[in-house]
Design a protein around this ligand. Structure first.
Ligand code: GLU
Length: 428
C-alpha cells in the first residue's frame, strides 16, 4: 500500500468537504485525533514465560459526546489502522445521530494462538493499561474483529475492580447477564439488512431474483446472510478467512450457520469450523467470491479487500460494506466508472454501534428493553438515516459514500461551531 490507511481515510473527507458549508474551524479540528495512546501489555503465558503485547486506543473527536468504538484483536493492528477506524467511528456515530464521538482500540495479536487463560489475562491487562483513558462519560469500548461478549465481560469486570464499583456502562457488547442488551449480537447484521431493504426497492429489485454474495461469515456476515435468505433473496456464496462456497441455485444459510456452530471447537473462544467443510457446494476462494456475477456483494471481512488491483474484476451491481473500509478510495473511482453503486460502511454497518448506544442508555437508566423494542428502534434509525443520505446523494448527484460524509459533517460541524467560530470571536 503506497499511502497510510489514515491518509486514504482522510481522502473521503476531502471529497465531502466540497459539498458542505462548515466552518474552517471545524475542518481544522477534524484533521487529527484528540488523543492517542499506545501501551505495552505484559502477559504471563501458560508455559511460565512473559510476553509483552502492543495495545492502542485512539479517541478521534468528542464534540458530540463521549467517544465510542470497538477493540480489535488482529496481527495487523497498528496505530495507523486504529486511528483510521477511530476516524470512521466519528462519522458513523454522527450519521446515526448518536450522542457520541469516535474512538477505536486494538491489540496486535493473533488471538487464536492464545489459550483461554492467556486471552483473559491479555484482555484484563489491556484494561489495566488504558483504564485512565476510558470511562462511561469519556470513552466506551465495544467488540470489533475477533473480540466478543466474553471478552467484553472480562473487560467490564476488570474496569469495575479498578474503580471499586460495578460499572456496566464503560463497555458495550457485554453478556446479557452482565448488563448487555438484547439484540446487540445481531445488531450489525440486522442494521445492514434494514439498509439493504430500504435501498433495493429504489432499484425495483425483486428479492427472489436478487443474488447475493457475502464475504466474511462471522458474527455480522452470517446474520445478514441469514436475514436476506429468510426474506427470499438468493444468497449464492459465502466465505470466511479459510475460503468460500458457491451454489448457483442459492445456499441454505440456516443449515450452514448451524454447521459452523456445531463444529465449534473452542481452542480459546473462537470457532474452528469453516464454511469450506460444507462439501455439497463448489469451493471458491475469497478473491473469486468478490468477482462473482451477482446483484449484491457484501464485503464483511477486513479493510482493503477491493483495491485498484481487483476493482476491475467486480461484476456485482451493488456493494453494501459491512466491514469497515473494505473498498479503497482508488477502487471507489473505478467502481463508480463501472456504474457500480457502493453503500458505505459508516451507514451500512452502523447497526452495531446503534444498539451499543441503546445498551449504554439501558445501563445508565437501569431499565432494560425487550428484543422487539431494541429491533424496532434500530429499524427506525437505520431506515430514517438511509433515506436522508439517499436524498442528499440524489440532490447533489454524489455517491452514497460522499453523501454519508456530508450528512455526518453537517452534524459534527454544527456541534463544533456551537462552541463559537472564528467569525464570532473576530466580530467581538
Ligand atoms: N466495532 C463496531 C463498529 O465498528 C461497533 C462499535 C461499538 O459498538 O461501539 O462499528
Amino acid at each position: 500500500m503506497s499511502e497510510s490507511l489514515f491518509a486514504e481515510a482522510r481522502q473521503r473527507l476531502d471529497l465531502a468537504l466540497k459539498h458542505v458549508k462548515i466552518s474552517e474551524d471545524a475542518v481544522e479540528q477534524l484533521k487529527y485525533p484528540k488523543a492517542s495512546l499506545q501501551v505495552s501489555v505484559p502477559v504471563r503465558m501458560d508455559d511460565g514465560s512473559l510476553q509483552v503485547f502492543q495495545g492502542y486506543r485512539v479517541r478521534y473527536d468528542n464534540t458530540r459526546g463521549p467517544t465510542k468504538g470497538g477493540i480489535r484483536y488482529h496481527p495487523n493492528v497498528s496505530m495507523d489502522e486504529v486511528q483510521s477506524l477511530a476516524f470512521w467511528m466519528t462519522f458513523k456515530c454522527a450519521v446515526l445521530d448518536l450522542p457520541f464521538g469516535g474512538a477505536k482500540g486494538g491489540i496486535t495479536i493473533d488471538p487464536k494462538q492464545l489459550s483461554k487463560f492467556e486471552l483473559e489475562r491479555l484482555s484484563r491487562g489491556y484494561i489495566d493499561a488504558i483504564a485512565d483513558f476510558i470511562g462511561p462519560d469519556v470513552d466506551i469500548p465495544a467488540p470489533d474483529v475477533q473480540t466478543n461478549q466474553i471478552i467484553m465481560g472480562w473487560m467490564m469486570d476488570q474496569y469495575s475492580i479498578i474503580q471499586r464499583k460495578i460499572t456496566p456502562a464503560v463497555i458495550t457488547g457485554k453478556p446479557l447477564t452482565m448488563g448487555g442488551s438484547t439484540g446487540r449480537e445481531t445488531a450489525t447484521g440486522m442494521g445492514a439488512y434494514f439498509a439493504i431493504e430500504t435501498i433495493m426497492p429504489k432499484f425495483q429489485a425483486v428479492r427472489e431474483s436478487t443474488t447475493v454474495a457475502v464475504q466474511g461469515f462471522g458474527n455480522v456476515g452470517a446474520v445478514v446472510a441469514d436475514l436476506l435468505c429468510q426474506a427470499g433473496y438468493r444468497v449464492v456464496a459465502v466465505s470466511d478467512s479459510k475460503g468460500g462456497i458457491y451454489a448457483k441455485q442459492g445456499l441454505d444459510i440456516p443449515s450452514i450457520r448451524s454447521y459452523k456452530n456445531s463444529t465449534r471447537d473452542f481452542r480459546a473462544v473462537y470457532c474452528e469450523g469453516t464454511v469450506c467443510n460444507i462439501v455439497e457446494h463448489e469451493i471458491i476462494t475469497n478473491e473469486q467470491l468478490l468477482a462473482l456475477d451477482v446483484d449484491i456483494l457484501i464485503p464483511g471481512a477486513l479493510e482493503n479487500q477491493i483495491t485498484e488491483n481487483n476493482a476491475h474484476n467486480i461484476r456485482a451491481k451493488y456493494i453494501f460494506e459491512i466491514a469497515n473500509g473494505p473498498v479503497t478510495p482508488a477502487a471507489d473511482r473505478i467502481l463508480e466508472d463501472k456504474g457500480i453503486r457502493v453503500f458505505p460502511d459508516i451507514l451500512v454497518n452502523a447497526g452495531g454501534v446503534t444498539v451499543s448506544y441503546f445498551e449504554w442508555v439501558q445501563n445508565r437508566s437501569g431499565l432494560y428493553w425487550s428484543l422487539d423494542e431494541v429491533n424496532s428502534r434500530l429499524k427506525h434509525k437505520m431506515v430514517e438515516e438511509t433515506e436522508r443520505i439517499w436524498a442528499i446523494a440524489e440532490r447533489e448527484s454524489i455517491s452514497m459514500r460522499t453523501a454519508a460524509y456530508v450528512h455526518a459533517l453537517n452534524r459534527i460541524g454544527e456541534a463544533i461551531d456551537a462552541k463559537g467560530t472564528r467569525d464570532y470571536y473576530i466580530s467581538q
